[in-house]
Design a protein around this ligand. Structure first.
Ligand code: DP6
Length: 318
């Protein structure tokens, strides 16, 4: 039986967003991102060498994946590790793929970690992060676990604090719609960079939000972090709305949940939402407020699925 390696990684939720590339070929981010892993969401990837043909095979949630992204990832990995083997990878997510829940972050992180281990080449985690980033820039982050920074212009991420830095922090994921998004993050970013009237100001302002976010995180100050998060995601979406054609990932219920978070905050409950390239809403809050927020969501949106989770650990490989 051929040797296999299994890797489990959680997707990486950005509190301060990466949106836009400095270098399309090398996938270098134009803005710094600050992120946590979503502990209860898991990508599990099993890899082995493909001994039957000279090509890489990638199967995600039972479907063969074709395309440029995977070819680029595997070719880069082979040349970086100086090997000439091909891979077969089977990956499953316990959450919806390509729907704005960061499945490409955990997907490419798991692939990079599993393939390097399979090759039995001692590879530092920063190097694995660099290999993952070629597939998807956000994939440079989740290998580390805890609170992670991917600086603008950098080819790998770094851990700032372990997951237990802020034990009370919780995340409520509100699934608005699970359908695959019509426009990928990669294409949306390219469209924004090319045509958005607000792209330059988005990039310019994002470092300020990062500094505010870093300071708030150091002191575990949810209100200050929430304000930085809000500016980050709202300005990221402003850059999308000002593109042509405009990009609109939000659905009516996404906006409804944003309003609900505002109302909760007006009532003194710290519920700070953020969104990514999809209609789902993620709410940061403290453990002591989770029942209240979950009940409010259930009352106003009884049909929406919610998942309560917390900042998670990094990749495990076996
Ligand atoms: C909105 O990492 O999926 O989730 O690098 O083109 O694969 P590519 O994009 P991707 O973009 C993530 C964008 C985001 C914000 C973030 O996770 O930082």
């Amino acid at each position: 039986m051929s040797k296999t390696v299994k890797c489990r990684v959680s997707p990486s939720l950005a509190l301060i967003k990466y949106w836009g590339k400095l270098d399309l070929e090398r996938n270098i981010p134009a803005t710094s991102s600050l992120a946590i892993n979503l502990k209860d969401l898991i990508t599990e990837t099993v890899v082995e060498f493909n001994e039957e043909s000279e090509k890489d095979i990638m199967i995600l949630d039972g479907e063969i994946q074709e395309g440029f992204r995977y070819n680029k990832f595997f070719n880069n990995l082979r040349s970086a590790l100086k090997i000439n083997k091909f891979f077969k990878a089977v990956s499953t997510n316990n959450f919806p793929s390509s729907a704005g829940l960061a499945s490409s972050s955990s997907g490419f992180a798991a692939l990079a970690a599993a393939c390097t281990k399979l090759c039995d080449i001692d590879t530092p985690i920063q190097k694995i992060s660099e290999l993952a980033l070629i597939g998807s820039a956000s994939a440079a982050r989740p290998l580390f676990g805890g609170f992670v920074l991917l600086p603008a212009g950098s080819s790998h991420a770094q851990q700032l604090y372990p997951a237990d830095h802020w034990p009370e922090l919780r995340i409520i994921i509100v699934e608005i719609d699970n359908k695959k998004k019509k426009i990928s993050s990669t294409n949306a970013m390219a469209q924004v960079k090319k045509s958005s009237a607000f792209y330059a100001s988005w990039v310019d302002s994002s470092e300020r939000q990062l500094l505010q976010g870093l300071k708030a995180l150091k002191h575990c100050d949810l209100e200050k972090l929430g304000i930085a998060m809000q500016k980050s995601y709202m300005r990221m979406f402003a850059s999308m709305l000002a593109a042509y054609p405009p990009i609109l990932y939000w659905l009516p219920d996404s906006i409804g949940v944003i309003h609900l978070c505002r109302k909760l905050r007006d009532d003194g409950i710290s519920a700070w939402e953020t969104m990514d390239a999809g209609p789902q809403v993620k709410i940061l809050c403290l453990k002591s407020d989770t029942d209240l927020i979950l009940n409010a969501l259930k009352t106003e949106y009884p049909k929406l699925k919610t998942t309560l989770t917390s900042p998670g650990p990094g990749a495990t490989v076996e």
